[in-house]
Design a protein around this ligand. Sequence first.
Ligand SMILES: [Zn+2]
Length: 358
Amino acid sequence: MNPGNAEGRPRQSGPVISESSVATESKVTQRPAAAPQSGLDLVVDMESIALQYAVFAGWPVFPVHWTDEHGCSCRKDCGRDAGKHPRTPHGVLDATTDAAQVAAWWQEWPLANIGIATGAPGPDVLDFDVKNGGLGMETYQRLRAAGLLRGVQATVTTPSGGCHLYFPAGGHRSGAPKADGKALGLDIQCQGKYVLAPPSRIFGRKYRLTGKRHRQHPAVHAADIPAILQLLSPAPPVPAPRPARERQPGEISPGDDFEARADWADQMLLGGAGWTFVRQRGAALQWRRPGKDGGKSALTGGDRGDLFSVFTSEAPPFDKDVSYSKFAVYTLLHHGGDFSAAARELRRIGYGSVGAVS
Ligand SMILES: [Zn+2]
């Protein structure tokens, strides 16, 4: 047996993700004698499979660290990253479809896990995660029920119980949709990302191909990522304008009640804001703004109805040539223009009635 000789290994032909290839349990060969590990005699021929992804599917691949009884092959404490981080210096940027390079990598590291660069020319992958209470399966079911998981080219189950759905790349951006700030257990892996591909394994547990279609199959098509995002993270709805509450017969609003009962000279109105009564002319009252020694700055009453009509630009918060109701003046002076707050306060101090008195 000469396990280092690539010619001696079984190699299947035909496109990756065809009915006869990738990660089948029969794809085994003698484990390289130079890398004895778990006591098994047989190990999957990672080089051959990496070549199939690269050459037949045209998906760029690169080698990823692997795990053995000592942990991650980098010999550091990689935690959740064990067996999942790149073996080459630039990781996914090193990914290639070049057969000679792929063969050279796996001849150097025969046990390396296989990383596939996602996004064209690789696949887009929907990565449903169920680790640590992740919502991946709920999200999967919702998308499936909505018909948004059609077009799948390959389905892969992951060591942690999640799944990867491979689609032909659609030119979308990677991302992880959230709803109300909460992760949904879905990573959309497109340009710049990678997935571990079958038969990569983490501590003996494999990425397994569980469903596949030839990429020319009429049912295979790119995922509708925009529709997926719209379903999972809809834009917040524009709040509908609140319909005015219907008044009971005889009900008087605090604003209307205030309008009827308050006096312009009241402390809540001009009297409390430094305005000075000047004189009455007919039905109109003349007022002088705070800080002015003579003359008049505004009128109340008169031809325009019982409004406060300002003819100076030097009396904030009021504007020149604008007329204000008592309720508006009160709101501007005491509630910064917040009419709801003003109405609440007026009701609190006794304005308005729930009515039904006739
Ligand atoms: Zn590591």
